[in-house]
Design a protein around this ligand. Structure first.
Ligand code: GDP
Ligand code: MG
Length: 458
């Protein structure tokens, strides 16, 4: 999406006059890109009108470059606005029972999200429990039980009871009586939005009296999001939304449609199958990511066809295995800089372009230098993703051994930032950027990357 938007905007830079027709044509292209990212048709049309109004308010006099920037900002702000409905999600209150009812189609990720959500609150010290009233899917209770045991969180269910409404009533009553603070009710889904599903949901709702109904939505279902979300909203008062499966190269535009259809805020996004793979949703960073994904892809494409790869069989091999170290990132930065295109590098890296908006080229140059200094101030091990410390071997006096850290530690980061003479925040950005690239390489590998590119071009 980012590269398409950037592509459309760059046409403004070369246009001699930026009149209404030029703005229209750019907006048309951007709208096309949004549709491809699964943003709902109506939402896109609305956005287009809003952006045009905002951009045309200012005189056309403004130079074409600033016009392009203005449109980009308008798109960014409009997407953030769409993702920020003016209602807040329910905030649980300490010391009382807060009941959350999870709804969504079968396979959307309800049971998994409940486990993640339970883990999130239990870790914060809230007394948390889960109730299974999915009597539709075979093995639903077992799935919850396994999660509950792993997380050491109590659950309620009864394999002999076939009535979900009874289960819901008994389960919530049980945990309310026991003084639980976070009670999560798992409902059954169906493959389709059937009348039966909605009836059951409404009955469960009546006995559970939830403080919040959470709609769980699979981000990979594409343009179907809007219909699905409105169907649920019509049947139960959806208070907030959890978007799942936003890992890999899911497009994410569906999130906008879900919010537009329910007028409910997104609270969390699921980014994997593990319990800790859930992030708090933040509209601004989500939109940066949404708009920047194409840029990252652009960066990876550069990487895939750069001469650097041919010269470095080891790097090729690592990429194929899905590895991408800080050293690889450094080498890639160098290659692009050697090609003499600072602007290109900046526009390709989402965090960077955000950070450098409104800065003059020399300041941007300084920032890149800052990054390079960070790389220089890392040890060889750190560049290779090995974080170890040498300590005296407790078993063999006089000898040494290593302790390994899984991730780069806070104290290392402080040391590196200090050595490089950059603010710690700047280094965080670099590390975060690397993580995103690493994730992408991990998902795609070199072969996958190539295939993916081909698909993109079709
Ligand atoms: P339910 O039918 O709505 O309860 O859905 P489940 O919780 O059983 O999830 C369906 C499938 O999606 C399972 O295989 C989950 O592991 C998987 N899943 C759920 N959330 C995520 C996510 O955020 N990322 C990925 N990759 N898989 C997920
Ligand atoms: Mg389930």
């Amino acid at each position: 999406l980012g590269s398409k938007i950037n592509g459309a905007l760059s046409k403004l830079n070369t246009a001699s006059v930026v009149d209404e027709a030029a703005v229209d044509s750019v907006l048309k292209e951007i709208a096309g890109a949004l549709l491809m990212s699964d943003v709902n048709v109506r939402t896109v049309a609305e956005m287009r009108t809003n952006i045009k109004r905002e951009v045309m308010q200012d005189s056309i006099r403004a130079g074409s470059t600033s016009k392009a920037k203005q449109i980009r900002n308008a798109v960014f702000n409009e997407l953030v606005r769409l993702l920020s409905p003016d209602v807040d999600a329910y905030r649980p209150v300490k010391g009382k029972a807060n009941v959350f009812m999870f709804v969504g189609l079968q396979g959307s990720g309800k049971t998994t999200s409940i486990a993640k959500f339970a883990n999130y609150w239990a870790r914060k010290g809230w007394k948390t429990a889960m109730v299974c009233c999915d009597t539709f899917r075979a093995g639903a209770l077992d799935q919850m039980k396994q999660n509950a045991i792993k997380l050491r969180i109590p659950y309620f269910g009864n394999p002999l009871e076939a009535d979900p409404v009874k289960l819901a009533e008994e389960g919530t009553k049980h945990f309310r009586d026991e003084g639980y603070e976070i009670i999560l009710v798992d409902t059954s889904g169906r493959h389709q939005q059937e009348a039966e599903l909605f009836e059951e949901m409404e009955q469960v709702m009546d006995v559970v009296e939830p403080d919040e109904v959470i709609f769980v939505m699979d981000s990979t279902i594409g343009q179907a999001v809007a219909d699905q979300a409105s169907a649920f909203k019509k049947s139960v008062p959806v208070g907030s939304v959890i978007i799942t499966k936003l890992d890999g190269h899911a497009k994410g535009g569906g999130a906008l449609s879900a919010v537009a259809a329910t007028n409910a805020p997104i609270t969390f996004i699921g980014t994997g199958e593990h319990f800790d793979e859930m992030e708090r949703f933040d509209a601004r960073s989500f939109v940066s990511r949404l708009m920047g994904l194409g840029d990252m892809r652009g960066f990876m494409e550069k990487l895939a066809d750069s001469k650097a790869l041919e010269k470095s069989p080891e790097m090729m091999e690592r990429l194929q295995k899905g590895q991408f170290t800080l050293r690889d990132l450094r080498d890639q930065f160098k290659t692009i800089l050697n090609m003499g295109s600072l602007g290109q590098l900046v526009s390709m890296i989402p965090g960077l372009s955000q950070m450098m908006q409104g800065q003059d080229p020399t300041a941007a140059q300084k920032n890149i230098e800052g990054f390079m200094n960070c790389f220089d101030s890392m040890t060889e091990d750190e560049l290779d993703g090995i974080y170890r410390t040498r300590i005296p071997d407790p078993k063999l006096p006089g000898k040494y051994t290593y302790v390994y850290e899984k991730q780069i530690s806070e104290s290392r980061l402080r040391r590196i930032a200090k050595g490089a003479g950059v603010p710690l925040q700047r280094l965080y950005l670099l590390i975060q950027q690397h993580k995103q690239f690493e994730g992408m390489v991990g998902k795609l590998g070199k072969k996958g990357l190539m295939n993916d590119q081909r698909m993109q071009q079709q």
